[in-house]
Ligand binder design. Structure first.
Ligand SMILES: CC(C)(COP(=O)(O)OP(=O)(O)OC[C@H]1O[C@@H](n2cnc3c(N)ncnc32)[C@H](O)[C@@H]1OP(=O)(O)O)[C@@H](O)C(=O)NCCC(=O)NCCS
Length: 183
């Protein structure tokens, strides 16, 4: 099963087997993974696990792991995931990345807008959260644009390249969602 969410410059569809090598291409890079819990090298087995989780999550309605594709040439440029969907409490977590060479083109802004619309309107969620590593100002700027508020800070929550890093918890409630953000 698969479906497509169309934006102006990008479309989202659930990751599948044929995306494996493109996933490695956009993910296996130290700069891109600097603020993520994934590590370099991001190899075939990691890409396969990501695809397998995407397919399982879709089957169980527990996650939607979308590839972000350019509309003009169908190239995979990033990933955006609605994870840990809690149907009782109507919430989930969002995570995303864009391959280094495709960053700063507005793709994640557009993709985030699409998944927030999907989460709040189609899945009728009431809360979407994001865990962002301290000093990841790009991601903080991005989520704050959509009205996410910082709700907490987990001290020394992540061990990255031998260093302890604080994790920032951001949350967006359905009523706060700023639909007027232009992507
Ligand atoms: C964070 C990330 C997804 C942003 O993707 P992107 O497609 O380059 O971002 P966009 O071009 O859509 O820009 C969206 C917003 O991010 C912020 N932003 C982008 N580049 C920035 C920079 N160099 N410095 C500060 N803020 C920046 C801005 O608020 C921007 O909005 P604006 O253009 O209206 O000012 C991308 O940098 C990335 O993948 N980084 C590595 C992985 C990562 O950190 N993932 C998030 C884990 S929580």
């Amino acid at each position: 099963m698969s479906f497509k969410i169309e934006g102006q410059n990008v479309f989202l569809r659930i990751l599948r087997k044929s995306d494996t090598s493109s996933l490695i291409r956009i993910t296996n890079d130290n700069d891109t993974l600097k603020f993520m819990s994934l590590h370099c090298p991001f190899a075939l087995k990691h890409a396969r696990a990501l695809v397998s989780n995407a397919q399982k999550g879709l089957k169980n309605n527990s996650s939607y792991d979308f590839g972000i594709f350019l509309k003009n040439n169908k190239l995979l440029v990033g990933v955006i995931r609605l994870m840990n969907i809690n149907k009782i409490n109507k919430n989930c977590e969002v995570g995303f990345w864009i391959g280094k060479e495709y960053q700063n083109n507005g793709y994640s802004k557009e993709a985030l807008k699409l998944v927030l619309n999907f989460g709040f309107k189609r899945l009728i969620l009431f809360r979407i959260s994001a865990k962002i590593m301290h000093l990841n100002t790009t991601s903080v700027n991005l989520v704050e644009k959509f009205g996410f508020k910082q709700e907490g800070r987990m001290r020394n929550a992540i061990l990255k390249n031998g260093k302890w890093i604080d994790g920032l918890i951001y949350g967006l409630l359905r009523d706060e969602y700023k639909r007027e953000v232009t992507a």
